[in-house]
Ligand binder design. Structure first.
Ligand code: PEP
Length: 264
């Protein structure tokens, strides 16, 4: 096993909120404004990011401008332009000033049929544009119960990362999100999270060398809330969290961020 100890010197923890298909323009703007005004004391100790829907990206970007809070899209398309009705390209997102994107979320995989192959194209496209992708991997309950969790995550990683150069690592964030813990109220135990994060770290280090492998931020996602954040964030190789439901309320999301800061 390669080195998997805590890497407190590497980067601040990243607390990312995935707003999914929620919030009107007014609601998203209000939430962003609350985060902008109430996060000031936290941002020197952790990084904050929110991922609103496409239609509210610009309003949210304007609301947090100058605060240091990052804004991500929840999806994107690798072709820059052309006959791809309904898609939004990474190039268009960058044009809007959006430099982060969530890719490979289990809802994209399961509900919209995004395959490992499609996601590999998307990841390459986002990195090629200079974006910072948060690439999600994770096993279903059935896969965990059959003992296949590690092999599923390893295969998802291999499919996504093959063909990428170590240089990609500087913009890449990986989120381990066990599918059975997303939106269910079930959370991976701190030990389960630590075990999978160590495995992901090892895979990255095997692929790109120890130093580069250690530099990639690894997030945990799956029913994270203020009450369980500190324990999860205190695990080795957990460099932040990707939060769904609990990111829709400013106070709860900021309490998660405060928990992250306390672990450092
Ligand atoms: C997510 O959507 O990435 C997620 C982790 O959702 P939740 O926190 O609601 O489980």
């Amino acid at each position: 096993m390669l080195e998997t100890g805590k890497r407190n010197d590497v980067a601040k923890q990243l607390i990312a909120g995935n707003w999914k298909l929620n919030l009107t323009v007014a609601e998203a703007t209000g939430l962003a404004q609350s985060l902008a005004t109430e996060s000031e004391g936290l941002l020197h100790r952790c990084d904050l990011l929110v991922a609103p829907g496409f239609l509210t990206l610009e309003a949210v970007r304007s609301a947090v401008l100058g605060t240091g809070i990052n804004v991500a899209a929840q999806n994107g398309y690798h072709e820059p332009k052309g006959a791809f009705t309904g898609e939004v390209s990474f190039a268009q997102l960058c044009d809007l000033g959006i430099q982060w994107v969530i890719l490979g979320h289990s809802e994209r995989r399961a509900v919209f049929g995004e395959t490992d192959e499609v996601l590999a194209h998307k990841l390459k496209g986002a990195l090629g544009c200079g974006m910072h992708p948060i690439f999600c991997v994770g096993e279903s309950l059935e896969q965990r119960e059959s003992g296949a969790a590690s092999s599923v995550v390893t295969a998802q990683l291999a499919a996504a990362l093959s063909g990428l150069t170590p240089d990609s690592a500087k913009n890449l964030v990986i989120a381990y999100e066990p599918v059975w813990a997303i939106g269910t109220g079930l959370t991976a135990s701190p030990a389960q999270a630590a075990e999978m994060h160590a495995l992901i770290r090892e895979e990255l280090s095997k692929r790109w060398g120890q130093e580069t492998g250690q530099s990639v931020r690894l997030l945990y996602g799956g029913s994270v809330k203020a009450a369980n954040a500190a324990e999860l964030l205190g695990q080795a190789n957990v460099d932040g969290v990707l939060v769904g439901g609990a990111s829709l309320q400013a106070a709860e999301f900021l309490a998660i961020a405060a928990a992250s800061c306390e672990t450092r």
